[in-house]
Design a protein around this ligand. Structure first.
Ligand code: ZN
Length: 491
């Protein structure tokens, strides 16, 4: 989408819709816009007097004789609470209507609403316009918004608004990249194909990349990761991408769970909904999306992006409940449930990352536990950390992009629930506090590194509460949040 700003009332000839946000009870302010022709203002005032424009929903008036051809009043609801999100949600809803009327070159009026920022509109439109059509034989015929002209009251805001809007554009493109990865079916995105995608990303962003195969992992003693992939004929991969910046002094590791398909292994899942287990690599998609974004912004921070990737299937070699494996760290693990496999691939990836890259901070992202959905539903993801400052930074970044996090506890009481009977650890705790005990398991593999864990099982797909995210598809949750956080802490 091309984004540019104006402060005069000259309407470009290509404009095909004037979009005006309006708060409930303040519709008259919107209608007074200096961009609207007098005769259209008269019509709108008449319609408004009859109470047809609520300021709560969309209202579209075709004006074929005008320079802008149509007016869309973007009802935002009450002017209170999270106004940015109300703006995003209204913009998300507008996308369906704009597509119906085949509008693609918008003139957005913000002169009367200094509380609204272009970047929120851009983010919502880009995310709402996302389609997953890679496997359709017929090309999409949807008309998409490709040009946005924004009317502001003073030119002094333009430079900063343009930078913010461009960044929102980059972030949402990277989130949509993550969604493409997330939506790909298991047969089109095996661990090796994911590694190939990571190589393409490394090339595009001129980043370093290392991909370890199973022979390398055997030499390194990554028994936990290998115990997951041994039930599949697809080879596991451990992918590491590296972004370095000359003026950066700190290194951050972001680690994403890349289970390209999770059938549960010997602890087989029920068949209902199992097709959704292609989404079990959405943590990987999130870290790759965030990595792409910070490379494109050339953020002044060193970032190591790590993706352990495997399938979790069931063949004659598959791990059996009760099996004991030795992890990369040397700690032994008793596998009580082969469907608690995400933590097994993550623990080796995390211990390896800590030892090899010595990050100052590490954050892992995973569709780790169904218990996260029980706790928080599909609206928010869980954050767990013993580092309150780090946790606070992540929650704040999440608020800024509306990928919201809610903290759950971690302490020694919970950690003791992961003690193994015959080995150092077991891979699953009692049937309660499952999100917390999963994080406790991972805490054994972080060394002294500042660390936070994000469980995105409820929000990676089926996400609710955002008009601009299609619930049936991968949401890209985590990509924009991590990119925002990395930008916030960059130097
Ligand atoms: Zn599983």
């Amino acid at each position: 989408m091309d984004i540019h700003f104006i402060t005069n009332c000259e309407i470009e000839p290509e404009v095909d819709c004037l979009v005006i946000p309006a708060w409930e009870n303040e519709v008259h302010v919107a209608i007074n816009s200096s961009l609207i022709a007098l005769e259209d203002q008269t019509s709108l005032n008449l319609i408004n007097d009859r109470g047809t424009i609520s300021g709560k929903d969309l209202f579209y008036l075709p004006t074929p004789m005008s320079a802008y051809r149509g007016i869309l009043i973007l009802g935002l609801g009450k002017k209170e609470g999270d106004m940015s999100h109300k703006f995003r949600n209204a913009a998300g809803k507008a996308v369906g209507l704009l597509q119906k009327y085949k509008k693609h070159h918008l003139l957005l009026e913000l002169e009367h609403a200094p509380e609204l920022q272009t970047r929120h509109f851009v983010a919502a439109v880009n995310l709402a316009q996302y389609e997953h059509t890679a496997f359709k034989t017929k090309a999409s015929e949807t008309i998409k918004v490709d040009n946005l002209c924004v009317h502001l009251c003073t030119s002094k805001e333009i430079t900063i608004e343009q930078i913010k809007a461009n960044r929102a554009q980059t972030f949402t493109e990277c989130a949509n990249y993550a969604r493409d990865l997330g939506n790909a079916p298991g047969n089109a995105l095996t661990p090796k194909i994911l590694a190939e995608k990571a190589r393409e990303l490394a090339k595009e962003t001129e980043s370093e990349i290392e991909v370890l195969g199973e022979t390398d992992m055997e030499k390194l003693g990554m028994g936990a990761l290998l115990s997951v992939s041994q039930g599949s004929s697809e080879e596991a991969q451990l992918i590491t991408l590296k972004h370095t910046h000359p003026s950066a002094s700190k290194t951050v590791a972001i680690v994403g769970k890349g289970l390209t398909f999770d059938a549960g292994g010997t602890s087989l899942k029920p068949s209902k909904g199992m097709q959704d287990m292609k989404f079990d690599m959405c943590g990987a998609a999130a870290v790759l999306g965030a990595f792409k974004a910070i490379c494109e912004c050339n953020a002044a921070i060193n970032v190591v992006c790590v993706v352990p990737s495997s399938e979790n299937l069931i063949n004659g070699d598959a791990t059996k409940p009760g099996d004991i494996v030795t992890s990369y760290s040397g700690k032994t693990i008793e596998i009580y449930n082969t469907d608690a496999e995400g933590r097994l691939i993550l623990c080796d990836a995390m211990a390896y990352t800590v030892e090899k890259h010595k990050p100052d901070v590490m954050v892992d992202v995973a569709t780790l536990t169904g218990a996260a959905i029980v706790a928080l539903g599909h609206e928010m993801a869980a954050v767990i950390s013993e580092d309150e400052e780090l946790q606070g930074e992540l929650i704040e970044a999440g608020k800024q992009v509306h990928e919201r996090l809610w903290p759950l506890p971690i302490n020694d009481d919970y950690k003791s629930l992961l003690k193994g009977k015959d080995a150092d650890l077991c891979n699953i705790g009692p049937p309660y506090a499952g999100t917390v005990t999963a994080a406790c398991f991972l805490s054994n593999f972080t060394g002294d590194t500042r660390w936070a864990h994000l469980d995105i099982a409820g929000t990676a797909w089926g996400m609710k509460g955002c008009s601009y995210i299609n619930e049936n598809l991968a949401s890209g949750f985590g990509a924009r949040l991590l990119a925002k956080w990395l930008m916030n802490i960059s130097e």
